[in-house]
Design a protein around this ligand. Structure first.
Ligand code: IMP
Ligand code: MG
Length: 175
């Protein structure tokens, strides 16, 4: 079946909003350094665009996690596929995610990373689907866009590993 992508958020809209969020981070972390943790693979495009707009000193690290089971419903049991290279002790950590859905992945990540004694940890996400939240305790400080409960692709987000490279965010429509 052919797939058509309906644009939900254009490249211009996304980039403009990322600049706004970066400005907020620059303000909040004035006089400090930030340590961005990119959650692979989905967070990679957003992390790069965000980092380019941050003017306080930035360091970057990458982590890859996967839900056991590997289907579209997150199980809540998360496996670290690739761990961070650097320690977190004393750092101002910002976890950068593509999307928060049930919140299970992040609830787990925050728990694990807090044990490494960062100065503080906040969350920054490109997209949030609050209707789907199961882990209500996950507090997101920086959200670019709140979206309805639709499956989206692009700007790092995939459907079966495809469409990550789209420069905008869209919804797949079967036709
Ligand atoms: P959570 O643990 O349910 O919050 O899972 C979040 C993860 O599910 C994200 O990091 C994405 O990899 C994936 N995900 C959730 N919703 C979507 C979507 O609409 N499109 C693509 N991936 C999604
Ligand atoms: Mg992800």
């Amino acid at each position: 079946m052919a797939e058509k992508i309906r644009v939900l958020l254009s490249e211009e809209e996304v980039n403009k909003r990322i600049s706004e969020v970066a400005a907020q981070i620059n303000h909040d972390y004035e006089g400090k350094s930030v340590h961005l943790i990119c959650v692979l693979k989905g967070g990679v495009f957003f992390t790069c665009e965000l980092a380019k707009r941050i003017t306080v000193p930035v360091s970057l690290d990458f982590m890859s996690v996967s839900s056991y089971g590997g289907n579209t419903v997150s199980s809540g049991v998360v496996k670290i596929v690739k761990d961070l290279d650097e320690p977190l002790e004393g750092k101002h950590v910002i976890i950068v995610e593509d999307i928060i859905d049930s919140g299970r992945t992040l609830a787990y990540l925050i728990k694990v990373l807090k044990q490494r004694h960062p100065a503080d940890i906040t969350l920054c996400t490109l997209l949030d689907k609050p209707e789907r939240r199961v882990k209500k305790e996950v507090e997101v400080k920086y959200t670019c866009f709140t979206i309805p409960d639709e499956f989206v692709v692009g700007y790092g987000l995939d459907y079966d590993q495809r469409y990550r490279n789209l420069p905008y965010i869209g919804v797949i429509e079967q036709q």
